[in-house]
Design a protein around this ligand. Structure first.
Ligand code: ADP
Ligand code: MG
Length: 333
């Protein structure tokens, strides 16, 4: 049984003025124990709201529908107490900005041990020992001393490690990381991804990684779901998606990625996708990506493509009217 099975998850926000925002539209995915899933897409594509909805953390004007089975139990139908127990205990969450989950006025020790004393009924001493061990797991040097420091005394990268340590205290089965490296410089980014990879390999923690950066996905994920304007446009194993992206949007995201093989004197500009994602309410009846798509046809402007198996690979899904062959062929020019 998958650890997490999400079926037709939709999120709609009502607004005081204007039409409601369909931030997430019928998204489905499953996460097996020990697997890593990347959710990728430009800003505003619905990545964060997808996981916020799972954990019951939507803003007050948000409404969720669909199903999200955690070990067979629907998270979306749980009461607050039951959900609270799973959140932060079986499912850990880390955000782009560690300061959203760290209290600036309390030492790291206090923040970590309080959680353990409260949820795990540990003694102060055991809790401290466990907290230090966890800081060591995330490679914070000199943990026994640093545990007495305040969040602002840590660098951005170290703070992100502290937040990961906090999420690991309860040894969650699933770790959800929402843009965990976006605010960090490239070297530190790579270290955090490496740390997540170790946690996945050594402890078997399943990971959902949200990012706008395909490079980050490549470093960690077994499976990938690409979102655009609230919808899944391509969903496949990382191996197959990176080898042969079958959706023009995925292809655009990959083209915007610097290649390791690019020599430093190669100053070809990276190809970014021209234009911007649509604003809520701007999406017409056709494919949401059509206005930016180099392969766009009349059919694409008129009707929205369904997410279906790409021919040849029943595991790989795509939402595109254009034939796979046409997209793949263009990649080799
Ligand atoms: N409380 C809200 N009310 C109305 N719209 C919202 C609200 N929260 C998020 N949205 C909209 O939902 C869409 C998806 O947002 P989000 O999931 O945060 O995107 P991202 O992929 O960058 O994480 C965006 O268009 C955003 O403006
Ligand atoms: Mg987000």
């Amino acid at each position: 049984m998958p650890l997490l099975e999400v079926k037709d998850l939709s999120v709609r926000f009502t607004r005081r003025e204007g039409a409601p925002v369909d931030a997430v539209q019928r998204v489905s995915f499953s996460l097996e124990p020990g697997r890593t899933l990347g959710i990728v897409g430009e800003s505003g594509s619905g990545k964060s709201q997808t996981v916020m909805a799972l954990l019951g953390l939507l803003a007050g004007n948000g409404n969720v529908s669909g199903e999200a089975l955690y070990r067979g139990e629907n998270l979306l139908a749980m009461n607050e107490a039951a959900l609270n127990k799973i959140r932060g205990d079986r499912i850990g969450m880390i955000f782009q900005d560690p300061m959203t989950s760290l209290n600036p006025f309390l030492t790291i020790e206090r923040q970590m041990t309080e959680t353990l004393q409260l949820h795990r009924k540990m003694s102060r001493r055991d809790a401290r020992r466990r907290a230090i061990e966890t800081l060591e797991t995330v490679r914070i040097p000199d943990s026994a001393r640093r545990i007495g420091m305040y969040p602002h005394e840590f660098s951005g990268g170290m703070r992100q490690r502290v937040m990961i340590a906090m999420a690991l205290l309860s040894e969650p089965e699933i770790l959800i990381a929402d843009e965990p490296t976006t605010a960090l410089d490239v070297t530190v980014q790579a270290q955090i991804i490496e740390l997540l990879r170790e946690l996945n390999r050594e402890r078997g923690t399943a990971i959902i990684l949200i990012t706008h950066d395909m490079g980050v996905v490549a470093g960690l994920c077994d499976d990938v779901m690409v979102m655009y304007a609230g919808q899944t446009v391509e969903q496949a194993s990382a191996a197959s998606l990176f080898a042969a992206p079958t959706h023009p949007y995925t292809r655009g995201l990959l083209n915007a990625l610097p290649r390791l093989t690019d020599s430093s004197d190669d100053d070809r500009p990276l190809q970014t996708i021209p234009g911007n994602p649509p604003l809520p309410g701007e999406v017409g009846a056709g494919c949401a990506f059509a206005p930016r798509c180099a392969y766009c046809s009349d059919q694409c402007r008129q009707s929205r493509p369904a997410l279906v198996a790409a021919d040849g690979d029943p595991q790989a899904l795509r939402a595109c009217h254009r034939p796979v062959g046409e997209i793949l062929e263009a990649q080799h020019v």
